[in-house]
Design a protein around this ligand. Sequence first.
Ligand SMILES: *[C@@H]1O[C@H](CO)[C@@H](O)[C@H](O)[C@H]1NC(C)=O
Ligand SMILES: *[C@@H]1O[C@H](CO)[C@@H](O)[C@H](O)[C@H]1NC(C)=O
Length: 165
Amino acid sequence: MKIILLLVTSVTLATSLESQAPEWTFTLKGNSGIVALESIIVSPTLALFFDRASDDPLQINNHSAWGALWDLQTSQVTPLDVTTNGFCASGGLISNGSMVSVGGFQKGFPGNPTIEDGTMGLRIFESCNDPAGVGCTIFEDPSKLHLAERRYYPSSIRIPDGTST
Ligand SMILES: *[C@@H]1O[C@H](CO)[C@@H](O)[C@H](O)[C@H]1NC(C)=O
Ligand SMILES: *[C@@H]1O[C@H](CO)[C@@H](O)[C@H](O)[C@H]1NC(C)=O
C-alpha cells in the first residue's frame, strides 16, 4: 500500500513540473543559404556565420559563399566575401569589439576550388554600425596578416588584459 502511494506522488510531481517548465519552439524564419557551422553575434541585430566552402545556394562573386551576415530583425542574409577556408576555425571578440576568426583548413576543401588555404587564416570583422550590415565586410590579407603557425581546430580565448584573442 505504501509503495502504491509513493508511485502516485511521483507521477503527480512529474506532471506538475512539466506544466511549469518553460516552453520553447523552433520557428523557421528564412533561409541562410549557407550552413552556420560557426556563428557569433556581432551586434544587436547581426549574427556572423562561417560555413565550410561547398556548393551552398548563397552566391557571391559567381561562387558559393562560405560567410554571411544574418539579420536577426528581418531574417535576411547578406553573403560575405571570405577569402580563406574557415572550416574548423575558432575565434571571438577582442576588446575593441572586432571579431577575429583564426585558423581553418586547406585550400579547396571540401569542394569549392575558389577557397584559399585557411590554416594560418586571420579574419577580422570590425564592429559594424549599420543595423542591417550594409557595407560591413570581413577583412583578410593572407599574404601580410596571418597566424605564425598552421592551426586546424584551434581554441581561442581573450587574454585577461583584453588586448588579443
Ligand atoms: C559573373 O559571371 C558573369 C557571367 O559569366 C560575368 O559576366 C561576371 O563578370 C562575373 N562576375 C564576377 C564578379 O566575376
Ligand atoms: C580593433 O583591433 C583590430 C586588430 O588589431 C583592428 O584590425 C581593428 O581595426 C580595430 N578596430 C577598431 C574599431 O579600432
